[in-house]
Design a protein around this ligand. Structure first.
Ligand SMILES: *Cc1c(COP(=O)(O)O)cnc(C)c1O
Length: 362
C-alpha cells in the first residue's frame, strides 16, 4: 500500500467530537470544529459535523475555499486575522472572521460592499497570552467602529490563550471575557451572540465545576483529532487518542555501530554530535523525514526508538527483532507531527471507513 500515509479513522473523530459536544452542551457551550491541522480535510470536516459541531473554523482561507468548493455549506470561521490583501476572498467564503485590526475591518467592509454580502465579526481580546488580541481597554472603541462599518455585523468577542505563552484559561480571565461582553452590550445597546472562550486548552476550565458566565463557544481542534487536552497533553476520558496514525516503509535494516567514524563536522541540519559508543545496534531507515513530519513528535511501536532524522530519512533503533525491508511501521503523532504530515505533499491520507478516499497529492 502507498507509503508514507496518514491513516484517519473518521468514526473515532466523529466520536471524539460528539463526546465533547455533549459534555459542553450541558454547560451551554457549543463547539466550532477546527480543521486547520488537517489542511481543511473534507473527510475530517464532515466527521466533525457528524459529531455535532455547530460550524467549522480554519486559519487559512485556502482551506475554507477548498471546503466550500467541495460543497460544505455550514458556517465557517476564519480563525487567523484576515490578511488585508485577502479580504475579498474572506468575505466571499467565510461567514465569520476573528479580528483585531481596524484597517482589516475597513477592508472587510469594503469587500462586503463590493460583493454585496454581509460578513460577521468576532473581535479577539488580549487576555495575557500575547498572541492576537485587542487590549481590553481598546475593545469598546473598536467595537463601536465595527458597528459603524457597512456590511459588517458585530457577532461577538473571543480570546485565545495557551498558544504562544501557555497562559491557562481560568476563572479570572474567563470572567473578564464575560464582563467585557456585558459592557459592550450595555454601551452599544446590542446583543453579542458569540462569546468564544478559546481552544482545546479551555476544556479543563469548561468541564470542571466552573462559572461559565457568558462563554458559549469553544473552538476545538487538537482535542477532537488527538483526544487530549492541551495544557498537560493528558488523554481525555472517553476519547480516542489514536484516530490518526502515520505509517512509513522500511528501506534499510542493518546492524550498525552506534558511533560514526572519520573526522566529525556538521550534519545536514547543522548539528555536531558524537553519540556514546553502545556497540552495534539494529538500525532501521524509514522513508520519512523532516520534510514530511516532526520526528520529535512521533511515537514508534514498543521496542523501537526514533534516534535521528534528516530531510528524507528516519532512523529507528529496534531492541527486539529487526524490521524487514519493505515492511511498515506505524507511529502515533503529537500535534506538530500530525499537522506537518497533513501538509506534506509526500504523505498520502487514507480515510476509513466512511469515504475510502485516498488523497495522494503526487
Ligand atoms: C488553532 C486555533 C484554535 C484551535 O486550537 P486547538 O488547540 O487545536 O483546539 C482555536 N482558535 C484559534 C484562534 C486558533 O488559531
Amino acid at each position: 500500500m502507498i507509503a508514507p500515509r496518514l491513516e484517519i479513522d473518521l468514526d473515532k473523530i466523529s466520536h471524539n467530537a460528539r463526546v465533547l459536544v455533549e459534555r459542553l452542551i450541558a454547560k451551554g457551550i457549543s463547539v466550532t470544529g477546527v480543521t486547520k491541522a488537517s489542511c481543511g480535510s473534507l473527510d475530517i470536516a464532515r466527521a466533525m459535523l457528524r459529531g455535532g459541531v455547530k460550524g467549522l473554523g480554519d486559519s487559512r482561507i485556502e482551506n475554507i475555499e477548498g471546503m466550500r468548493r467541495s460543497g460544505v455549506s455550514e458556517s465557517m470561521t476564519l480563525l487567523r486575522s484576515p490578511m488585508l490583501s485577502q479580504t475579498d476572498r474572506v468575505v466571499a467564503n467565510a461567514d465569520l472572521s476573528l479580528n483585531t485590526e481596524v484597517e482589516v475591518l475597513a477592508g472587510l467592509s469594503r469587500s462586503g460592499q463590493r460583493l454585496d454580502r454581509m460578513h460577521g465579526i468576532v473581535l479577539m481580546v488580549e487576555l495575557g497570552d500575547l498572541r492576537e488580541g485587542i487590549m481590553p481597554e481598546d475593545l469598546l472603541a473598536i467595537a463601536r467602529e465595527t458597528v459603524a462599518l457597512p456590511n459588517l455585523e458585530l457577532r461577538g468577542i473571543g480570546t485565545n490563550l495557551a498558544c504562544r505563552s501557555g497562559v491557562s484559561p481560568d476563572a479570572r480571565n474567563m470572567a473578564e471575557l464575560s464582563a467585557l461582553a456585558v459592557s459592550i452590550e450595555d454601551a452599544l445597546g446590542l446583543r453579542l451572540d458569540i462569546v468564544s472562550g478559546g481552544n482545546s486548552a479551555n476544556l479543563d476550565w469548561a468541564l470542571e465545576d466552573s462559572e461559565i458566565g457568558r462563554i458559549n463557544d469553544l473552538r476545538l481542534g487538537e482535542s477532537i483529532l488527538l483526544g487530549c487536552e492541551t495544557l498537560h497533553r493528558q488523554p481525555i476520558d472517553g476519547l480516542h487518542c489514536d484516530a490518526i496514525t502515520l505509517v512509513a516503509e522500511v528501506i534499510e535494516s542493518k546492524t550498525k555501530p552506534t558511533r560514526p567514524w572519520g573526522e566529525i563536522a556538521q550534519s545536514a541540519f547543522g548539528e555536531q554530535k558524537l553519540p556514546v559508543d553502545r556497540g552495534p545496534i539494529s538500525q532501521t531507515i524509514l522513508a520519512l523525514g523532516r520534510q514530511d513530519t516532526d520526528p520529535e513528535g512521533l511515537s514508534p511501536p514498543p521496542g523501537n526508538r526514533v534516534i535521528d532524522a534528516s530531510s528524507d530519512h528516519l532512523l529507528v533503533e529496534s531492541s527486539a527483532r529487526a524490521p524487514e525491508v519493505g515492511s511498515e511501521m506505524r507511529f502515533g503523532l503529537n500535534y506538530s507531527a500530525m499537522a506537518r504530515a497533513m501538509a506534506s505533499p509526500f504523505v498520502a491520507r487514507v480515510s476509513s471507513p466512511q469515504s475510502g478516499r485516498i488523497t495522494a497529492p503526487q
